[in-house]
Design a protein around this ligand. Structure first.
Ligand code: DCP
Ligand code: MG
Length: 433
């Protein structure tokens, strides 16, 4: 994508400014007032009213049939009567206008906005809608990274290109138009399948897109590039950078830095002095809108484990049989987990917690990845030889890391010449020792 500068407004009040910074097109999509919007689907009569979501099921609306018309009439809980320690999960934009927001105590919100309607949460429904909107996006752009119940990153670099066209050869104007067209298609698909609106930010990276998706909320579509950073990103609070939390923001403020722009203009060496080498350097890069992170399309597990805390503390001396049996079971369960999920692992770890709550771990890496209970037990038994066993044991656990997918392991095995693991290693829990 070549350089294109300038801004223009496209129909629907959507601002598009382009000027390529890298050759990637990354989107961040975030649903608007997510929990509240799902609730409004079933209570459409609340549309346009201040509504907050939180509190227990006792705030479920009451339904009655109007004897005259036969229509269902619902009676909703008003926030004004609320007493308790609940907090708001989210609020409609109408309630936000009164100052109500996520994480605010409901009693405080009741003072700000007594006429708001209070609805209880229904996480099953939110999860269902979460799956639906993600599937709708995936049908258009399969490279998505889950970033929570109502947000995803989407790699649009190669989506919506004309047949035979290559992203790298595209002009920036064409790339911008494509970004806009694909984003519009995604927003339509999300609305068609869920009835919900979302906001999308498109920029060359995840960091900027996460900032951009918030800029024109709700129902926003914002495309930004390097040229827009000074005008659209630098005036924002440093907290808008994903990774700068309240603590860092307070520290920054004490140092006289409130905005992303002020951060960008501070001396990187001074930032390193204040926040350490990696964090200081990262803050400098982030404030200039630089971020190389990839969209991670599926989250691979890093480790799998099974552990159990005994009903009473067990001793190797007196409870050898029980320990040996539990040890075998844990290895078998772990092997089943691996087989069910389609993984093999190479590093087997053992965890022991003694009756005094001291915990020890040991691990051993084997030559070939495995999902076999016996191989796992053999390696874990090797680990067992390296831990003290005088004290009574409260917890026993086995875990496996260095995971790879079954199909990748099969391909690798085809290229390997026979390195065998030893046939058997009895464990210290076993009788024969
Ligand atoms: N949530 C929560 N507690 C919080 C923040 C959020 O339970 N402190 C839940 C409720 C939100 C959902 O997560 O609906 C998504 O969080 P967002 O921050 O994306 O907020 P919304 O989607 O509600 O609003 P916005 O339009 O600002 O994205
Ligand atoms: Mg949201």
């Amino acid at each position: 994508m070549a350089i294109y500068r300038g801004a223009r407004t496209v129909p629907g009040g959507v601002s598009v400014t382009l000027g390529a910074m890298t050759d990637r097109l990354i989107a961040h999509l975030d649903m608007d007032a997510f929990y509240a919007s799902v609730e409004l689907l079933r209570y459409p009569e609340l549309r346009g009213r201040p509504v907050v979501i939180g509190g227990g099921s006792r705030h479920q609306p009451e339904e009655a049939t109007d004897p005259a018309t036969g229509a269902i009439v619902r009676r909703f809980t008003r926030l004004s009567g609320y007493a308790g320690r609940g907090v708001i999960t989210t609020a409609t934009y109408e309630a936000r206008a009164f100052g109500a927001h996520s994480a605010m105590a409901l009693m405080k919100a009741a003072r700000l906005c007594p006429d708001a309607v209070l609805l209880p949460t229904d996480f099953d429904a939110y999860r269902r809608y979460s799956r639906r909107f993600k599937d709708a996006v995936k049908a258009i752009a399969p490279q998505i990274e889950d970033n929570g119940i109502d947000e995803i990153y989407i790699d649009l670099t190669h989506i919506g290109l004309a047949p035979g066209a290559v992203a790298a050869d595209e002009t920036s104007a064409a790339a911008g138009e494509r970004a806009h067209r694909v984003a519009r298609a995604i927003k339509d698909a999300v609305r068609d399948t869920t009835g919900l609106s979302c906001s999308i930010g498109i920029t060359p990276n995840k960091l900027l897109s996460k900032i951009a998706s918030e800029l024109d909320k709700p129902d926003g579509l914002t495309v930004l590039t390097a040229a827009d950073i000074p005008s659209r990103v630098w005036p924002l609070s440093a907290r808008k950078i994903n990774g700068i939390g309240p603590k860092t923001a307070t520290r920054l403020e004490a140092l006289g830095i409130r905005t992303i722009g002020e951060l960008a203009h501070s001396d990187p060496a001074w930032l390193v002095e204040q926040f350490g080498a990696s964090r200081g350097a990262w803050m400098h890069q982030a404030s200039h809108g630089r971020d190389d992170r990839q969209v991670v399309t599926c989250s691979e597990p890093v480790t799998m484990s099974r552990e159990t805390t005994f009903e009473r503390d067990l001793s190797v001396e007196d409870d050898r049989d029980a320990l040996s049996e539990i040890f075998t079971e844990l290895c078998e369960e772990l092997a089943e987990d691996l087989q069910r999920k389609g993984y093999l692992g190479r590093t087997i770890g053992l965890k022991l917690r003694y009756c005094n709550f001291k915990t020890v771990t040991r691990d051993r890496t084997i030559a070939q990845p495995t999902q076999d209970a016996k191989a796992i037990r053999r390696a874990a038994s090797e680990c067992l030889k390296r831990v003290p066993l005088e004290r009574r044991i409260r917890l026993l656990g086995v875990r496996i890391s260095g995971l790879c997918r079954q199909e990748d392991a099969a391909a690798a095995a085809a290229h390997r010449v026979g390195e065998a693991d030893p046939e058997s290693t009895p464990s210290l829990f076993d009788r024969e020792l």
